[in-house]
Write a protein that binds this ligand. Structure first.
Ligand code: NIG
Ligand code: FE
Length: 412
């Protein structure tokens, strides 16, 4: 046996090695920095991570020099309504002329107008319009995105929206988690909210579960949408069908939807500006993630801030998302939302980055495999053209992505 044969056998076998940058791993929600790092990938997962100088002898099919900058986990946008027909720029103008979001909804605008446009659009048209938005988010560093239904509000059109989300995942290098938000608003065919919830429990949720089209179930708990009792009934059915739940709650008023959702071990409760201490306590006990949506807060010119101090005091994990939707948050950059979480909500850049990575992964139930850079996790990461990770929250817009790697493969 020759010396080189022995070497070949003992060398670490890697598909690819990435070096030439610093890494903020976001392990445990902190920057957890590795300077001058190397990342070794096998089968789309991280097989080795540490200081490049400590990399053992290896053989790699591909070597990549990142040539400076910082690497972070790929950003995770854990709350979007990316698939919809039309847009609501006209309502934006109405709101600036003093008409409130609730008034627009009462006049048949708001979510109802997106429902009409979404129902009228073909699956192919929805794929095309959502693609433009998806590409913007991806170009700004997103590698995983959650997409909700909720502008269909009938069996066929809810299934159509979820299928569009599935098609997008087949067409683009991005991981997509699908959420059934059939309890988003009242469809025009129904005039009784309880009867619509019965329909969702008896017809829509069982079909969505049978087809495996959703990873989770969501509801809008609010005066202009559904009561805590109605959402609770819908969650009970979701739980029977083995689908985890999430909730839009305490966005415009305090109804206690958050503590009700926590009693179902909700993955996340989202919005939360009007939440009370008992909601925060319930979330801490159930491990429910608080998803804050500064884009909706900003667009609606909300003045009631989510209770950051209470969330911190009870140790609730906080995620940040775009809530990309045609009404309250036409946001196409998760990094801009991170900036707004800092400037509007008083979060630190480190906490905002954790909110768009590891805590966002937890809000989707995938933190075992995504959200931080650790051996064994999926090799989804972004190399940014910045001198410190805090710059990701500092710049308003701009193009900071140097390379976006999904499952160990560079896509741009
Ligand atoms: O997350 N809060 C309810 N749903 C969306 C708004 C959807 C819309 O206005 O179309 C949200 O903000
Ligand atoms: Fe939303």
């Amino acid at each position: 046996m020759t010396a080189s044969m022995v070497d070949d056998q003992t060398a670490l076998k890697l598909d690819s090695v990435w070096r030439g940058a610093h890494v903020a791993t976001m392990k445990e929600g902190r920057y957890s920095i590795i300077k001058d790092a190397a990342i070794g990938v096998v089968d789309g997962r991280i097989a080795w991570l540490g200081e490049a100088d400590l990399l053992p002898k290896y053989q790699a099919k591909q070597e990549h020099d990142l040539d400076g900058g910082w690497v972070t986990p790929g950003l995770i946008d854990c709350h979007t309504h990316l698939v919809f027909g039309g847009n609501r720029a006209g309502e934006f103008e109405q709101r600036l002329n003093g008409v409130s979001y609730q008034e627009i909804a009462k006049q048949g605008g708001g979510i109802a107008s997106s429902v009409n446009a979404t129902r009228a659009a073909s699956e192919a048209e929805l794929v095309v319009s959502a693609t433009r938005r998806l590409k913007s988010l991806m170009a700004d560093g997103v590698t995983t995105i959650e997409i909700k239904s909720g502008y269909g509000l009938s069996l066929d059109s809810e299934l159509k929206m979820l299928r569009v989300a599935a098609v997008l995942e087949q067409q683009f290098p991005v991981t997509i988690k699908r959420t059934c938000l059939a309890a988003h608003a009242m469809p025009p065919e129904f005039d009784n909210k309880d009867a619509y919830i019965d329909y969702l429990c008896e017809t829509v949720l069982p079909k969505v579960a049978e087809l495996g089209l959703a990873d989770a179930v969501d509801a809008f708990c609010e005066g202009i949408a559904f009561s805590t009792e109605q959402v609770s009934r819908y969650f009970k059915r979701a739980q029977e069908l083995k689908l985890p739940v999430k909730i839009h709650a305490e966005q415009l008023s305090a109804l206690g939807g958050t503590r009700m959702a926590a009693s179902y071990q909700a993955l996340s409760a989202d919005h939360l500006e009007f939440m009370e201490e008992s909601d925060v306590q319930a979330m801490a006990e159930s491990g429910t993630v608080a998803v804050l949506l500064p884009g909706a807060f900003y667009t609606l010119k909300e003045t009631q801030l989510p209770p950051l101090d209470l969330l911190r005091q009870y140790g609730v994990d906080i995620a940040i998302a775009t809530d990309a939707n045609p009404g309250t948050s036409p946001a196409l950059s998760l990094r801009l939302m991170m900036n707004m979480a800092c400037t509007l909500f008083g979060m630190t850049p480190e906490a905002a980055l954790a909110g768009a990575t590891i805590h966002a992964a937890k809000a989707l139930g995938i933190s075992e495999s995504h959200g931080s850079l650790e051996v064994g996790k999926v090799a989804d990461f972004v190399c940014w053209d910045v001198e410190s990770p805090g710059e990701l929250c500092y710049w308003l817009g701009g193009q900071l992505v140097k390379q976006r790697i999904q499952h160990g493969v560079c896509h741009e």
